[in-house]
Design a protein around this ligand. Structure first.
Ligand code: 5GP
Length: 212
């Protein structure tokens, strides 16, 4: 009996109970926001990190829900205070992941999802290699182009720039652990797939807890 009890420790020693850090990237128009919105409604143990940006707020956006919107001086202060896990300049604005929010959610056993672009994901891969890196793409190139063109909030010049950036972002796909194809009208299926990935990662033998 006691031999079996000791042998059972193999589970304790190889199964990690702590939260996952899920890094979700993919070109603008791939549907990251929709996926996260669906997942937040259906997967309760998830913490969505509200990142910080110097980009002006769009009309339908809410401070502390979509982003924490700050000015350049505040962003500089946060960099000086070492408050970011990573930060990047994307187009004309800066975006950063607040370290404390991620640390606190993980310590409460939550799975944390970060929706960030590929330069930031690359930095995180070096910093936290045990995070789960998921890439979201559209079904076809034409679908991506169509979704980007449909975005009413972008000028034609900015849309063109976005297409160039989207191509650069697609080239980063091999650096990720998983890819989810979010073809038109399949967002719910794509969200299910992300849920399967999260479930499978929880069952991974020898998974390491994230330390920040
Ligand atoms: P948008 O301006 O369209 O909301 O976001 C532009 C890009 O920045 C998106 O790919 C978004 O996922 C990414 N992003 C948002 N917050 C962060 C962040 O904190 N760090 C990084 N690296 N990218 C971010």
């Amino acid at each position: 009996m006691s031999e079996l009890k000791n042998a059972w420790d193999v589970i304790k020693n190889n199964v990690c109970e702590e939260g996952l850090l899920i890094v979700l990237s993919g070109p603008g128009g791939a549907g990251k926001d929709t996926l996260v919105r669906i997942l937040r409604k259906t997967y309760i143990n998830l913490h969505y990190v509200v990142t910080v940006t110097t980009r002006p707020k769009r009309t339908d956006e809410i401070d502390w829900e979509h982003y924490h919107f700050v000015d350049d001086a505040e962003f500089d202060r946060m960099i000086a205070g070492d408050e970011f896990l990573e930060w990047v300049r994307f187009f004309d604005y800066r975006y950063g992941t607040p370290k404390e929010q991620v640390r606190s959610a993980l310590s409460h056993g939550k799975d944390v999802v970060l929706k960030i672009e590929t330069q930031g994901a690359r930095k995180l891969k070096e910093l936290v290699p045990h995070a789960v890196f998921v890439f979201l793409a559209t079904g076809t190139e034409a679908e991506l182009e169509q979704r980007l063109r449909q975005r009413g909030d972008l000028s034609p010049e900015r849309q063109k720039k976005r297409l160039v950036i989207a191509a650069e972002e697609m080239a980063c796909l091999p650096d990720y652990d998983y890819v989810i194809i979010n073809a038109n009208d399949t967002a719910f299926l794509a969200a299910e797939k992300l849920k399967y990935i999260i479930e499978a990662e929880h069952l991974r033998i020898g998974r390491k807890a994230i330390t920040l």
